[in-house]
Design a protein around this ligand. Structure first.
Ligand SMILES: Nc1ncnc2c1ncn2[C@@H]1O[C@H](COP(=O)(O)OP(=O)(O)OP(=O)(O)O)[C@@H](O)[C@H]1O
Length: 358
C-alpha cells in the first residue's frame, strides 16, 4: 500500500481557481474524505490524482512515485497510475456481463485467463455479487451496479482507490447500509482511499480524516470528531452539523477564557478566540449543546419560545432573547412560553466573522 501526497496543488480553468494550493498527506491505508459544498473543488482534486485533468502547479506522488510535478516529461498518464476509480457517472459497460466488466481491466493489464478468473471471483465475492456474475447491468438494481463498479475498481488490486460520490444513486436507507459495508471492505483490504462527498453525515460516519473544502481551499483537515467539536472557522462550524451564531463584542480575553457582550446586553464566558475589526466576534454554539436550567448564573439566558418543531428524536425550539434569535434542541417537550437556558462555555467557539464573510 502507499501514501498519497499532494503538495501545493493548484488547478486553474482560465480565470477560475478550482483548487488553490492544496496540501494533504494521505497515510497508507487511510480513508480520507474531501467534503464541501457543490463547486468547492472536490472532484477537480480527485480527477487530478487520477490524471484525468491537468493540474496547473504543485506535485502529486504515491509512495516514491511522482505522478505529477509540473514537468510534462514526468507526468504519468492515467492508465499507468494504477488507481481504482469509482465515479458517480462511471457506468458499467451495458453490453458486457458483470464478469466481463471485471475482466476488461485485467485483460488490459495482460493478466492470464486462470488468474483473471480467480481475481474476478475474489472481487465479486468481496462485494457479495458472485451469484450475479453472468447478469447484464440492466438486470441489476442501482445498488448492485455500484457494488459491481467497486469490484471492477478493486479487481486489479490498486494501492489507491478514488471514490467520487459512489453511493449517490442509492436511497437513504440503502446508502446508510452501503457506507458501513464500504468502510469494512476498505479496512479489510487496507487500501488508501480518497472519498468525495457533499454529505456531511456520510463523511463523519466513514472517514479516518476529513478535509473540509470551500471555494478551492482546504478550511480544515482533521478527524470527524475534531472537525465537529473543534471547527477551525465559522464556515466549518456552519457546514458540519448546524450551529447558532451570536454577534458579540470582546470585553476581556485571557489565556483560558474570554468575556463577550452579546446583542441583548448580557455577557457570556467563552473560550478565547480571534476578534474581527473593532473587537467584534461571533460565538458559535450547537443547538443540542444548549442546556435547560433551573437557576440563573453565569452563561444563563431567559428566552421566549417562538416556535416548536418535532424532529422525531428531538424537539427543536426557535427562541429569542431581545434581538438574539437562535435554536435549541432537546428530547423534552416544553409547554412553557419562556425558559431559562445555559450556554456551556466549553461548547462555545469564538470566530472573528460569520460564515460567508470568510
Ligand atoms: N472543465 C472545467 N472548466 C471550467 N471550470 C471548471 C471545469 N471543471 C470544474 N470547473 C469549475 O471548478 C470549480 C470546482 O469544480 P468541482 O467539480 O471540482 O466541484 P465539486 O466540489 O466536485 O462540486 P460537486 O459537488 O458539485 O461535484 C467549479 O467552480 C467548477 O465550475
Amino acid at each position: 500500500m502507499a501514501d498519497l501526497v499532494l503538495q501545493n496543488l493548484t488547478i486553474k480553468y482560465g480565470a477560475v481557481t478550482a483548487v488553490d494550493n492544496l496540501n494533504i498527506h494521505v497515510a497508507s491505508g487511510e480513508f480520507l474524505t474531501l467534503l464541501g459544498p457543490s463547486g468547492c473543488g472536490k472532484s477537480t482534486s480527485l480527477f487530478a490524482v487520477a490524471g484525468l485533468n491537468h493540474a496547473t502547479s504543485g506535485t502529486i506522488s504515491v509512495g516514491d512515485r511522482v505522478l505529477f510535478d509540473g514537468n510534462p516529461n514526468n507526468t504519468v498518464p492515467p492508465e499507468k497510475r494504477n488507481i481504482g476509480l469509482v465515479f458517480q457517472s462511471y457506468a458499467l459497460w451495458p453490453h458486457k456481463t458483470v464478469a466481463e466488466n471485471l475482466a476488461f481491466p485485467l485483460t488490459l493489464r495482460k493478466i492470464g485467463r486462470a488468474e483473471r478468473d480467480e481475481r474476478i471471483k475474489e472481487a465479486l465475492g468481496l462485494v457479495e455479487m458472485l451469484p450475479y456474475a453472468d447478469r447484464y447491468p440492466f438486470e441489476l438494481s442501482g445498488g448492485q451496479q455500484q457494488r459491481v463498479a467497486l469490484a471492477r475498481a478493486l479487481v486489479y488490486r490498486p494501492p489507491l482507490l478514488l471514490l467520487d460520490e459512489p453511493l449517490s444513486n442509492l436511497d437513504a436507507k440503502l446508502r446508510e447500509r452501503a457506507r458501513v459495508w464500504l468502510r469494512e471492505l476498505q479496512e479489510r483490504l487496507n487500501v488508501t482511499t480518497i472519498y468525495v462527498t457533499h454529505d456531511q453525515a456520510e463523511a463523519l460516519a466513514v472517514s479516518d480524516r476529513i478535509a473540509v473544502m470551500s471555494m478551492g481551499r482546504m478550511r480544515q483537515l482533521g478527524t470527524p470528531r475534531e472537525i465537529y467539536e473543534r471547527p477551525a472557522d465559522s464556515f466549518v462550524a456552519d457546514f458540519i452539523g448546524s450551529s447558532n451564531f451570536f454577534d458579540g463584542t470582546m470585553v476581556e480575553s485571557g489565556t483560558d477564557s474570554a468575556r463577550i457582550r452579546l446583542a441583548d446586553g448580557g455577557e457570556i464566558v467563552t473560550p478565547p478566540g480571534p476578534t474581527g475589526k473593532d473587537g467584534s466576534v461571533v460565538v458559535a454554539i450547537r443547538p443540542e449543546k444548549i442546556e435547560l436550567t433551573g437557576s440563573t448564573g453565569p452563561n444563563t439566558m431567559r428566552v421566549s419560545i417562538e416556535q416548536r418543531t418535532y424532529l422525531g428524536s428531538v424537539w427543536q425550539y426557535a427562541v429569542r432573547s431581545g434581538p438574539i434569535e437562535f435554536r435549541i434542541q432537546t428530547p423534552s417537550e416544553l409547554k412553557e412560553d419562556s425558559i431559562l437556558v445555559r450556554i456551556p462555555q466549553e461548547h462555545c467557539a469564538v470566530f472573528p466573522d460569520k460564515p460567508g464573510a470568510n
